[in-house]
Design a protein around this ligand. Structure first.
Ligand code: AMP
Length: 374
């Protein structure tokens, strides 16, 4: 499935291409068609699943109509999110995906002077990203009205509850027009959230994606503490030992991926690197070679690997650690699928150690450390 097949319009496709997003994530694949049909949505998905784009893309597409001349812009879409960090991130996503449209958006949150935010609002805004407290403040001061809202997103509803924002949300709801489309997202569905969702949504379509934190038990995870200059030697010795296995190696950077491929090829290990600097044809060829067993090792960056779907991949090696813990879970989830067992090996240097803590916290599992034979 491609973004084009999801009927995304050209200006957004162009923006996604610029971001090097090649294929939609599962939540995007399921949520975008529902949102474009103007149905209400109950999305059960965590951060890291691509849920921001899942609501931002359809909203941009639905709002991207020619603006009648001389008419003042009104806020037509409201995205409510619990924290300042999330609000800023979502705002950045809107900047990215709407860069080839003339839509205007801004973000408001508490803890800072309201003046610059008010100035932004006064220039006319189509899409507003807000945390609840500051939004209520600016509504009370008459800088904001919600009466023209057509699209309302409630993001991270369960976290809103944890942070004590439910009362604020209840205050905001009557200020929204009854005729509107609502997209409701939560990572979990405790009873209070389910009840809240029922009171907000009209005949919603429910879309659920597996939480990125779950690592299946069929994956054996191993951790090697190894400094950068020693990583290629370790990789070679593992590949020598595991001669028959099909292995996917993750590199954080494109150059890194090319470098690993050169080292392996020099040692006679058939492999290819796939990343964003390679043409689609080259990448497809590399995948075909790997799937047919012509090459047994493929080295990929995270973005390029999104398109890889290989049944029965036996081993994943994290040559570098990713920047976010969720990516680790995505990476290793490519092995141990469909009842098969798999192995995930991670190479960790001194400076990458901090990530291990995050990963263990996210997955709730302690990684087993393997000492390297001298
Ligand atoms: P989110 O769950 O919205 O916080 O997104 C998680 C990360 O995935 C963000 O860094 C996005 O930029 C990235 N992302 C979202 N959708 C895609 C996609 N279709 N392809 C590649 N990366 C994506």
């Amino acid at each position: 499935m491609t973004f084009k097949e999801l009927h995304i319009d050209e200006p957004i496709l162009k923006a996604l291409e610029k971001k090097k997003y090649e294929i939609p994530t599962p939540i995007q694949e399921q949520a975008i068609p529902v949102a474009l049909q103007k149905r209400d949505l109950l999305g059960i998905a965590q951060t890291g699943t691509g849920k921001t784009a899942a609501f931002a893309i359809p909203i941009i597409q639905l709002l991207n109509q020619p603006q009648p001349r001389g008419q003042k812009r009104q806020i037509q879409a409201l995205i409510l999110t619990p924290t300042r960090e999330l609000a800023i991130q979502i705002d950045e996503c809107f900047s990215d995906y709407s860069c080839y449209t003339s839509l205007r958006h801004t973000v408001i949150f508490g803890g800072v002077n309201q003046k610059p935010q008010v100035q932004q609002l006064q220039q006319g805004i189509d899409i507003l990203i807000a945390t609840p407290g500051r939004l209520l403040d600016l509504i009370a001061q008459k800088y904001i009205t919600l009466e023209h809202i057509r699209y309302f997103v409630l993001d991270e509803a369960d976290r809103m509850l944890d942070m004590g924002f439910i009362h604020d949300i209840r205050k905001l709801l009557p200020l929204l027009p009854r005729r509107r489309q609502t997209l409701f997202f939560s990572a979990t569905m405790p009873l209070v959230i389910a009840t809240l969702s029922k009171s907000i949504l009209y005949k919603p379509v429910k879309v659920e994606v597996a939480p990125v934190s779950s690592v299946v038990d069929t994956i054996e995870q191993r951790l090697f503490y190894v400094e950068k200059p020693e990583k290629s030697k370790l990789l070679l010795s593992i590949l020598e030992k595991e001669k028959r296995k099909a292995v996917l190696v993750f590199s954080r950077t494109k150059h890194g991926a090319d470098r690993i491929a050169r080292v392996l090829n020099r040692q006679g290990i058939g492999c290819e690197a796939i990343h964003g600097n390679k043409t689609q044809v080259a990448r497809q060829r590399a995948l075909t070679n790997f799937k047919s067993g012509k090459t047994r090792v493929i080295i990929a960056t995270d973005i390029a690997a999104r398109g890889i779907d290989i049944a029965n991949l036996e081993m994943v090696i994290n040559y570098d650690l990713p920047d976010v813990a969720e990516t680790y879970v995505h990476r290793i989830g490519r092995t141990g699928r469909a009842g098969n067992t798999g192995t995930a090996l991670t190479f960790c240097s001194q400076e990458e150690k901090i990530m291990i803590r995050d990963i263990q916290k996210l997955t709730g599992k302690k990684l087993k450390t393997i000492s390297i034979p001298a």
